[in-house]
Design a binder for this molecule. Sequence first.
Ligand code: ADP
Ligand code: ZN
Ligand code: ZN
Length: 635
Amino acid sequence: MRYGSVVPLVTARALSAREFTYELPDGAGKGAVVTVPFGRSRARGVVVEVVDAAPLGVTPLPVEKVVHELPPALVDLALWIAEYYGSTPARALELVAPVRRQRRKEQSSPVERQSLEGEAAPAQLRPDQEQALARIAEGGRFLLYGPTGSGKTEVYLQAAAAALERGLGTIVLVPEIALAPQTVGRFRTRFGDSVALLHSGLTDAERRDERERIARGEARIVVGARSAIFAPMHGLGLICVDEEHDQSYKQESDPRYDARTVAAKRAALEGATVVYGSATPRPESWAALERLELRERIGARLPPVRIVDLRREAGYPLSAPLLAGLGEIAENGGKAILLLNRRGIAPALHCRACGTTFRCPDCDVALVLHRDEALRCHHCGHAEPSPSECPVCRSVELARIGAGTQRLERELAERVPELELIRLDADTAGRPEELARALRRFRDTDRAVLLGTQMVAKGHHFAGVALAAVVDADTGLGLPDLRAEERTFQLVTQLAGRSGRDAPGRVIVQTFQPDARPLALAARHDVPRFLADELERRRELGYPPFRHLVRVLVTSPSERSGLKLLEELRAGLDGDLLGPAPLFRIRGKYRAQLVAKTDEPRRLAARTARLLAAAAPAMRRAGLTAVVDVDPQSL
Ligand code: ADP
Ligand code: ZN
Ligand code: ZN
């Protein structure tokens, strides 16, 4: 008789950490998704191990039904995720075995509806593309680094074709599928029905159909967002992670996995190759991966970037140079993209006269102005009273400079009424169809301005973009995050890549800090310099990739109770601990965090989880909740 250890996919944390033994039918092995009798009802579960004997004194019940089979490697992957990210096996297994809905009527596949038409393969690859492909064919993990339009996507396509020739499948991850209809279209043009699409915008039935096509081996190329890394593909040969610097690869709810790390793990388990591609790679990837470089943009030069010093310009948010650029478009035609990345975080304090941003002396992050007029560090809890004058130049003009996308839209309508305005932010483009409609309108309209949050800087290739502008580059720099400079650099460089792909383009960056390193280096398109400096800074501070971070975030009904819990936690942990530091309140809840720098994130996360489990009853009574985030992407 064969038995299987089954993890029932139930949500209760107490149960979801356990395995139960059942009698297996013939043929069912590790990776089988089954229905089993469980308590007084039944549950869905996954066989995580086949065993010869049942535990002593247990008479296992038989499995009721085998629903389908997952590649066994996905079971190992899920169990690894549960451990590394401090989740439970059941929750991690839900990622690889999502609930399946009933069959539905035939309908056009999402790939057909959600892709733009692609282009044919180029007659000849460039030497640097050939070189990259030759290395990729040898296997391993690589960083494919090259400016926007340098032919990275073509390398993914060719590498996928090579894998297919050897009978192996490919997973292509893109940050947000709604922003990548062109990428999807190119894969579809090249590989036809062999392409499947997976992302959260699909209906349950669509997802089920796509997963079945993948599991049956009909679809050998999967294009999708973060969760597509769990595609039930057998014989995986290649994973491409496009725009690998993008934050959306991190899931911000339990299990808090990072698809880029999971990609590396899955590739290691299945002997596959990974290609991480970006024009603005993460310092982590720059330091750790073999670099394959595509040196030049195909068909056009990178556009010149002009930095506009807002200390010397009236008229924010529309400075004279920016208005002049927009006026030219109104007159001669063309398109403009304006980025104003105003997110819902209390901004930092700037000096209007000299551009100083107030920073934490210990953490090298910007201090955040709180309601109580204190400047606080969200890393370590350092606090100082908000100054009445600038400590550098004595100016009393300290300000949070502010304009959101709506104010910008109003000013544009007044100042350049000839231009058609298309706003793109979470308010106007919440759903994929709205987003697609806005992008189509922009593509088809001359004298149009696409304005919005960081969405506008991502992945689109539009013809005729004569001007790209960052309206307020200080927004990002002011964020209290160790990655603030990295993100600003990426955003400015990415936006610059949207301009002048087919016509001479221009880029304008408005800032109160024209000398800020990320802006100056982005203006020169100097990615290697920025990353070298950034890595040096991270080394000094003991930040990733030199050490790992583990973050414990507590929400509580009072400020004191949350901080007290973290103080107790801190006493039970060793290592390099920052905090507890209070964070700003969200929805009436107080929040606080403890951040650890460590070389052993798994051990530290496991210890934290044990301490939290012990405190759970008291926490429940006091209304406290806690999450542990391993390798957090924002703080
Ligand atoms: P990236 O992914 O780096 O932005 P793409 O792969 O999209 O770059 O390439 C940019 C443009 O250049 C595309 O239109 C693509 O078809 C074209 N292209 C790519 N490789 C070549 C090549 N070897 N010869 C000619 N055109 C190419
Ligand atoms: Zn000053
Ligand atoms: Zn600090």
